[in-house]
Design a protein around this ligand. Structure first.
Ligand code: URA
Length: 272
């Protein structure tokens, strides 16, 4: 992505940094955002910069199907069965209050998978994850690192049904629902998982550590040992815009991890 485009996306993400008053008028907004990003990098503590992240443990990546390969429509059938099950699911009490189950959205062959907490009111109504205000910010965050739900990322939640009044998921709801997410991961086979928010991160990692302590490290999730990194939930960032800078550090960290994982693989975010 060129600097101007990156700058535009950083602006959408709401990242800007103080620019001397004398310079402000002379700075087209996109250039100011580039300066902001550069200034952020310069001001960040060294460990937070996009330097080489700790190498994800060397393991054979899971085998990935090639474009156009789905012998006998195996994957298509499994997706259809999964969607059908989620729509008819009564494994927990949330089925009684939801409008519909919300499976996921995006490229089912994406190399990046974003995992949130649970559908909110708008998602419950429309049947798609992250379509409310938080979803718009998530899209801007993803665009800032060259990702888009229409092209090269798949988005899902830990829970497929909306908890009433957006309360936190209960442990029994997570236990009932997580096999759906595991099946999604097995079908998409992403190279990297990005858990957004404390609730998603804690439930995926089986920990009660705070989000600030979970950031900046590479974990492994599930049977496929898929690398996982953590960042803030966009709804949290809407309430706490000052932390958008840290989210930007997390996104750069995730991008570095991804680049390490795929070194030598063409980088459009999709399988070749
Ligand atoms: N928050 C989430 O965690 N997921 C959504 O789909 C929407 C809001």
């Amino acid at each position: 992505m060129d600097r101007a485009a990156r700058a535009e996306y950083l602006q959408a993400l709401g990242i800007d940094v103080w620019v001397p008053r004398a310079e402000r008028a002379a700075w087209p907004s996109a250039r100011a955002a580039v300066a902001s990003a550069d200034a952020l990098e310069a001001a960040s503590p060294p460990e937070a910069r996009e330097a080489t992240p700790p190498a994800p443990e060397a393991r054979e990546p899971p085998p990935r199907a090639q474009e156009g390969q789905d012998p006998g429509g195996w994957a298509a059938e499994r997706w259809e069965a999964l969607r059908d099950e989620v729509l008819r699911c009564t494994r927990c009490a949330l089925h009684a209050t939801r409008t519909q189950g919300v499976l996921g959205v995006g490229n089912p062959r994406a190399e990046w998978m974003v995992i949130g907490e649970a559908p909110g009111a708008e998602e419950d109504r429309r049947g798609e994850p992250f379509v409310g205000r938080a979803g718009q910010l998530l899209d801007a965050m993803l665009r800032a690192i060259g990702l888009s739900r229409t092209q090269n990322v798949y988005i899902a939640n830990v829970l497929k049904s909306r908890p009433p009044n957006n309360r936190d998921p209960r442990p029994e709801e997570v236990t009932a629902c997580i096999p759906y997410l595991q099946r999604q991961i097995e079908l998409v086979r992403p190279r990297l998982l990005l858990a957004v928010g404390r609730i998603a991160a804690q439930n995926l990692l089986g920990t009660e550590e705070s989000l600030s302590r979970l950031r900046g490290r590479v974990y492994r999730f599930g049977e496929l040992n898929t690398p996982l990194v953590v960042t803030y939930h966009p709804a949290y960032l809407l309430r706490n815009p000052a932390d958008k800078r840290k989210a930007w550090e997390d996104l750069k960290f995730a991008r570095s991890v991804f680049r390490q994982l795929t070194a030598g693989v063409p980088e459009d975010g999709n399988r070749s």
